[in-house]
Design a protein around this ligand. Structure first.
Ligand SMILES: C[S@@+](CC[C@H](N)C(=O)[O-])C[C@H]1O[C@@H](n2cnc3c(N)ncnc32)[C@H](O)[C@@H]1O
Length: 204
């Protein structure tokens, strides 16, 4: 159900401001890029032409079909493949950059996903993130933990309270920049309003 609804949700969010967020998250990328959990391929049109190739990994067949169509309209070469965060279909050190957008909230094991991204990036490679995250205010973060009792059941495993930025250093990434902001395109999105656009660098 979520996979059927997501392309429409993503389009509505684009019109409400996510389009600018995606531009910001992907600005200046170059070389070989891997995108984890590409969904309907909403990022593809935002890649700068300095990117050579994007390997877009998406496990869900319906979303993958949308992603293949979006790849055909992208300004850079995008190859869409099946795969999951825990076993990326790529060899070690083979990418200059990795992109995750609205994915690390949903993967079953965030540490495992970050370990895989660390494996496929070259030393010094960039990880770009556009994610909704745990709120900086303790009160809202407590509320998110309560919401997370039921939210993942209705949103394909998405959690509202993950401290994604805090997970980067233990996974072998140095945070280079992070901009925290609220994005709430509709009232239902209140628990996932705290967002971050960030760049981290893979430690050697
Ligand atoms: C909310 S959608 C975001 C899609 C896209 N990244 C975007 O920015 O529009 C979450 C995505 O995470 C993907 N996903 C969930 N669990 C995953 C896993 N274990 N491995 C890879 N992708 C996963 C879903 O299939 C879906 O495409």
């Amino acid at each position: 159900m979520f996979a059927r609804a997501w392309p429409r949700i993503a389009s509505a969010a684009e019109r409400a401001g996510a389009s600018e967020h995606r531009d910001e998250a992907l600005r200046g990328l170059a070389g070989r890029v891997i995108e984890l959990g590409a969904g309907a391929g909403t990022n593809f049109r935002h890649y700068p032409t300095s990117v050579d190739t994007v390997l877009a990994v998406e496990p869900e067949p319906h979303l993958r079909e949308h992603a293949v169509a979006a790849a055909g309209r992208a300004p850079v070469r995008v190859v869409v493949v099946a795969g999951t965060a825990g076993a990326l279909p790529a060899s070690a050190g083979s990418f200059d950059a990795a992109v995750v957008s609205l994915v690390l909230c949903s993967v079953p094991d965030q540490a495992e996903a970050l370990a895989e991204l660390h494996r496929v990036l070259r030393p010094g490679g960039e990880l770009r993130l556009y994610e909704h995250v745990r709120a900086e205010s303790a009160g809202t973060a407590r509320l998110q933990r309560v919401v997370d009792v039921v939210w993942p059941l209705f949103a394909a495993g998405c959690h509202t309270s993950r401290d994604t930025v805090g997970a980067l250093s233990p996974a072998g990434f140095d945070l280079v920049a992070a901009r925290h902001f609220r994005f709430e395109p509709c009232a239902l999105a209140a628990p996932v309003a705290p967002h971050v656009i960030a760049t981290a660098r893979r430690r050697p």
